[in-house]
Design a binder for this molecule. Structure first.
Ligand SMILES: O=C(O)[C@H]1O[C@H](OP(=O)(O)OP(=O)(O)OC[C@H]2O[C@@H](n3ccc(=O)[nH]c3=O)[C@H](O)[C@@H]2O)[C@H](O)[C@@H](O)[C@@H]1O
Length: 402
């Protein structure tokens, strides 16, 4: 009963509302004339000057869109590189404008940079250079051959971060540039676990290229003169395809780096990633592993070449090395003259697949990157040897920090 009563009074109220809206509303006396002749929406617009508001809105909107492009042209030049907000990831469109890149250190904003293998010999010098330039640097290293001592002077610097991580596992970071150096580089180290060396070169490079693609970062690969193998062309230009044994003891490194180059180029062509490829020739200098065992030929000046390449508009590959050629006997002579006159020379059989001669043609780096090595062997060697001596004398060498 109660329910029936409720329903009846509800219907009654609805009827009243309907009547009221069309005939007896005390709130819209002006509209009564129009309601019968015009559709409801037009009637709504005309009522209380809604149309005027709409027209003013359209006028403001179109003024903004006409003026906006002019304003953005008057603003500071936009760097060609896409900078990502710290809070979000963006995808590289593949058609980024290449003009207007502000050279780093000349009024540009500081960059966020990842250096994989940054605790190593070349990597740690590179990190020093980037930090000195004012960038934020994140080092990723699994400390296979790298050492915390190489970076200890940066601990506590708010622009420096160190992450213990193996690049064979993916990692998600937001940065503007990736220098990918992580890889055991000396034969004693890469032959220690050849399968892991290949894995680092393939999976590690894939992961870092994938990251570069995802966040729109520029990616630099440190490849090596080993991609030329035991060269049949001398000196080696970047156009030379090499002579590499695919099944030898050194193949894990040589072929690993060749594959890394292939991956970089495929990400570049296929996914529009901005890649840079450097082929480093044997480098020597302070912080080199004491047991490195590689023949010295270039002081760490290569680091400047890496930065010049990263900031350039050239993909590469670029040979970064010293074209000054010397035999092992000549090198031994320099050591005797500049470091230890009592040193004696021992003759030992060569290791398998060791290249018989190698000499970079660096015309391309000279011309396009304005780079060439500056420190002659006689000056550079004693610097490295002093560093070795200090480290051997230091009781903590190799202990505690690793
Ligand atoms: O001259 C070259 O061709 C080489 O130069 C450097 O190598 P380098 O600094 O001389 O060698 P290391 O001192 O052994 O540095 C390699 C770094 O990579 C790190 N690493 C190695 C292996 C690995 O799986 N993950 C990883 O982070 C090591 O711990 C170390 O810090 C580059 O790191 C190599 O990529 C390049 O091939």
């Amino acid at each position: 009963m109660k329910q029936l009563h409720k329903q009846t009074s509800l219907n009654h109220r609805r009827e009243e509302e309907m009547l009221g809206s069309s005939e007896s509303s005390p709130y819209s006396p002006k509209s009564i004339k129009h309601t019968r002749s015009l559709p409801r929406s037009i009637n709504y617009l005309l009522r209380e000057q809604r149309l005027l508001f709409i027209l003013v809105g359209i006028l403001i909107g179109s003024t903004f869109f006409i003026i906006q492009p002019t304003l953005s042209r008057m603003g500071p030049p936009e760097p060609a590189h896409t900078f990502l907000p710290r809070t979000g990831l963006a995808r590289f469109s593949g058609t980024r404008p290449r003009t207007g890149r502000v050279p780093v250190g000349i009024g540009g904003r500081r960059q966020r940079i990842v250096v994989t293998g940054g605790a190593g010999f070349v990597g740690s010098h590179l990190v020093d250079k980037l930090i000195a330039r004012g960038d934020d640097v994140i080092v990723i290293d699994n400390f296979f051959t790298g050492r915390k001592e190489n970076l200890v002077h940066l601990f506590g610097n708010p622009r420096f971060e160190l992450i213990r991580h193996d690049v064979v596992e993916p990692i998600l970071l937001e940065v503007d540039q990736i220098y990918h150096l992580a890889c055991p580089a000396s034969p004693v180290h890469y032959k220690y676990n050849p399968v892991k060396t290949i894995k680092t070169n393939v999976m590690g490079t894939l992961n870092m290229l994938g990251l570069a693609k995802r966040i729109g970062a520029r990616f630099l690969l440190t490849s090596t003169s080993e991609v030329y193998g035991d060269p049949l062309e001398h000196p080696q230009k970047e156009t030379y395809w090499g002579n590499v044994n695919p099944i030898g003891e050194r193949s894990c490194y040589d072929e690993g780096k060749r594959t890394a180059e292939t991956l970089a180029m495929d990400y570049h062509r296929g996914a529009g990633v901005e890649v840079r490829i450097a082929r480093i020739f044997n480098t020597y200098g302070p912080r080199m592993c004491l047991d490195d065992g590689r023949v010295v030929s270039n002081f760490v000046a290569q680091v400047n070449g890496l930065v010049a390449l990263m900031e350039s508009e050239h993909v590469g590959p670029f040979n970064l090395g010293n074209p000054g050629e010397f035999t092992m006997l000549e090198l031994a002579q320099v050591v005797k003259e500049t470091i230890d006159s009592s040193a004696t020379i021992e003759y030992k059989p060569n290791t398998a697949d060791d290249p018989h001669m190698r000499k970079p043609d660096i015309s391309k780096a000279k011309e396009l990157l304005n780079w060439e090595p500056k420190i002659p062997l006689r000056e550079g060697l004693p610097l490295m040897v002093n560093d070795f001596r200090n480290r051997i004398l230091n009781e903590n060498e190799g202990k505690g920090m690793k």
